[in-house]
Design a protein around this ligand. Structure first.
Ligand code: AP5
Length: 221
């Protein structure tokens, strides 16, 4: 059910924290776009665009794609007419990205209402990512134990055969967690200082995590 006031929310958290899972639910519930930086990049990789060719090496290694590329991609997306409200998943990840986003949203008159950071311990993340399967058509993520598709290895939405993400291999996951700790964790302090941050426990059932996020949204809007 779309709310009267379009929600503008950023989701922060390490790889596998459940950002995509929660963003998809929030997007359906609030009738606003789920803007996922990783999904947008994977679409470019799949279509073999220039941007996709540039991004692929970084993504496969678990490194961040350069800020200028990411800023162009996301600042264009949040300016589209359907983005009066949005759930931003995976962007920003660095201070230059955060600054560029806030300038762009100010220019658009679309300020962020809330930044939700999901906390999940590293050992649980490795387990979540080793069981993840992704639909290459609609980008929906499943987990073979926690959120399995109705039919083995096939997407519920469009029947496409599910795949494993190349960057979900255990060594790459550990590298991604290090990159996150070095480059992104500091963003929490920034959003805390500007009074937008809520840190939530991202463990437990996806429905329980959704309830925590809903309560935080109610309190903030
Ligand atoms: P991206 O696709 O954004 O990857 P990520 O941040 O590493 O996050 P994930 O998609 O791995 O995890 P998630 O938190 O969305 O978890 P999910 O809901 O799927 O980015 C990929 C790459 O692109 C980056 O490494 C980088 O190279 C590049 N990139 C992207 N943005 C960039 C930026 N801004 N700057 C620079 N480079 C950028 O859940 C994970 C699994 O757990 C699923 O199987 C799910 O079913 C399961 N699950 C979810 N919630 C629960 C729960 N509560 N209980 C049990 N299982 C659960």
């Amino acid at each position: 059910m779309p709310s009267e006031q379009p929600l503008r929310l950023l989701l922060l958290g390490p790889p596998g924290a459940g950002k995509g899972t929660q963003a998809r639910r929030l997007s359906e519930r609030h009738g606003i776009p789920h803007v996922a930086s990783g999904d947008l990049l994977r679409e470019h990789v799949q279509k073999e665009t220039e941007l996709g060719k540039e991004a692929k090496g970084y993504m496969d290694r678990g490194d961040y794609v350069p800020d200028d590329v990411m800023i162009r991609l996301i600042c264009e997306r949040v300016g589209r007419p359907d983005a009066e409200g949005f759930i931003l998943d995976g962007f920003p990840r660095t201070m230059p990205q955060a600054n560029a986003l806030s300038e762009r949203l100010e220019e658009l008159g679309r300020p962020v209402d809330l930044v939700v950071a999901l906390d999940v311990p590293s050992e649980l993340i490795v387990e979540r990512l080793s069981g993840r399967r992704l639909c290459p058509t609609c980008q929906r993520a499943y987990h073979m134990t926690y959120e399995p598709p109705a039919d083995d290895e096939v997407c519920d939405e469009d029947g496409t055969e599910l795949v494993t993400r190349p960057d979900d291999e255990a060594d790459t996951v550990r590298h991604r967690l290090r990159v996150y700790a070095e480059a992104t964790e500091g963003l929490r302090a920034h959003y805390d200082e500007v009074g937008l941050l809520v840190v939530l426990d991202g463990t437990g059932d996806p429905e329980d995590v959704s309830e925590r996020i809903d309560k935080a949204i109610e309190a903030a809007t």
